[in-house]
Design a protein. Structure first.
Length: 79
């Protein structure tokens, strides 16, 4: 029937792996000291927030102990 194979219409996609450009991209700009300080400050803020949420959240995760004496209001003591 069809003995002859047709070329893939998008053969350039498979050839893209072999293609190398001789144009180099421009070098990346180095961040300034202000940008580095801002990034580190944001990072420290995030880490401090996570650490504090863990620190303050741990007591809420502990199982509740039964109170030793029942809590009553002062108004009910005179009755």
């Amino acid at each position: 029937m069809f003995l002859r194979r047709e070329a893939v219409p998008f053969a350039f996609v498979s050839e893209a792996d072999r293609f190398r450009s001789n144009v180099t991209p421009p070098p990346r700009e180095r961040p300034s000291r202000t940008q580095m300080a801002a990034r580190s400050l944001v990072g420290l803020t995030v880490v401090a927030g996570l650490a504090s949420s863990l620190l303050f959240g741990m007591p809420a995760l502990q199982p509740n102990k039964a109170p030793e004496k029942s809590q009553q209001s002062e108004a009910s003591e005179g009755r």
